[in-house]
Design a protein around this ligand. Structure first.
Ligand code: NAD
Ligand code: LMR
Length: 329
């Protein structure tokens, strides 16, 4: 007999990212080939018709792991009993905008959804925020869900993590699997700090293997920090398939384990680790064991890295102040 379906809510379900994400979840890539999944899809009312078309396509894939699909425009109904929420739905930025420009436009979405999660989700719910500005949206959702432990709200920096990994592999002429222990610190924004100094290439310190500080500072860092903008410039739309991939991978890691000896980057509530006081959701190196994450402690941070981390955390505190003054937290 198959286990009971896991209920996964996805918002922004008629959007670009979800056009890739939903099919991968439904096919069993998130929870495995033996675990049925029930999709609960949230959209705004004008997009429900388009979402019906997406559901027809999901049906037409005849996935054996897809136990059911419900759609709606009311988070209080769609989030009933859900075990996992992937909050993707929000307006993406267009050319020339910074992600912080989306604070007001998207903040209100996450306060309403935080309240609905608080009142209707299952006790074990985990919430991963992809919609931008992701870290501060996660803070808003969590602040509006006082009955759900804060550590159940994370924001996506796995895409930045994967971008950093790919850049390092290309520079060193190795495969991405040879690159481990990459970290993104701070905000999912241009201030993020992709840290090479704890990364490894085939087990050796990545910075020594690369042996090119100029490349690290003037090519690697800006390439990863500005990758989202470069994709918007080139495609005329923000990253979608890679964002869906990162959302899927991040959720799968959070539900299971990180590989022995490696870690991932996740934006999680600050708790004093690395001297970063509580109050924002910042990216750290984390390990996951049996579905519980822990910040990797005790890494040595040099002055160069510390200054970059401090700048990104300062931006997160500014964003938190801004949404506080808008009454969103
Ligand atoms: P999109 O515009 O194609 O789709 C967004 C969808 O969200 C739309 O269908 C819209 O109707 C829906 N939506 C808006 N308000 C909603 C609400 N209140 N409830 C439910 N649905 C709602 O955008 P996209 O390309 O899919 O991107 C979605 C978000 O993800 C954007 O904010 C984008 O900036 C962000 N993003 C984040 C990362 C990351 O790494 N964290 C990467 C890429 C994109
Ligand atoms: C990305 O990093 O690709 C997304 O956050 C989209 C953006 O606005 O940069």
């Amino acid at each position: 007999m198959s286990p009971a379906p896991v209920k996964v809510a996805v918002t922004g379900a008629a959007g670009q990212i979800c056009y890739s994400l939903l099919f991968r979840i439904a096919s069993g890539e998130l929870l495995g080939p033996d675990q049925p999944v029930e999709l609960r899809l949230l959209e705004i009312t004008p997009a429900l018709k388009a979402l019906e078309g997406v559901v027809m396509e999901l049906d037409d894939c005849a996935y054996s792991t897809l136990a059911g699909v419900e759609i709606g425009d009311d988070p209080n109904k769609v989030f009933e009993g859900i075990n996992l929420a992937l909050l993707v739905g929000a307006r993406p930025r267009s050319k020339g905008m910074e992600r912080s420009d989306l604070l007001q436009a998207n903040g209100a979405i996450f306060s309403a959804q935080g309240k609905a999660l608080n009142d209707h989700a299952a006790d074990d719910v985990k919430v991963l925020i992809t919609g931008n500005p992701a870290n501060t949206n996660a803070l808003i959702a969590s602040s509006n869900a006082p009955d759900i432990p804060g550590n159940r709200f994370n924001a996506l920096t796995r895409l930045d993590h994967n971008r950093a990994k790919a850049q390092l592999a290309a520079k060193a002429g190795v495969t991405v699997d040879d690159v481990t222990n990459v970290t993104i610190w701070g905000n999912h924004s241009a201030t993020q700090y992709p840290d090479v100094f704890h990364a490894k290439i085939n087990g050796a310190p990545a910075a020594e293997v690369i042996n090119d500080q100029k490349w690290i500072e003037s090519e690697f860092l800006p390439t990863v920090q500005q990758r989202g903008a470069a994709i918007i410039e080139a495609r005329g739309a923000s990253s979608a398939a890679s964002a869906a991939n990162a959302t899927l991978e991040a959720a799968r890691t959070w539900l299971t384990d990180t590989p022995e000896g490696d870690w991932v980057s996740m934006a999680v509530p600050t708790d004093g680790s690395y001297g970063i006081a509580e109050g924002v959701i910042s990216s750290f190196p984390v390990t996951v064991s049996g579905g519980e994450y822990a910040i990797v402690e005790g890494l040595e941070i040099d002055d160069f890295s510390q200054a970059k981390i401090d700048a990104s955390v300062a931006e997160l505190r500014d964003e938190a102040e801004a949404v506080k003054s808008l009454g969103l937290i």
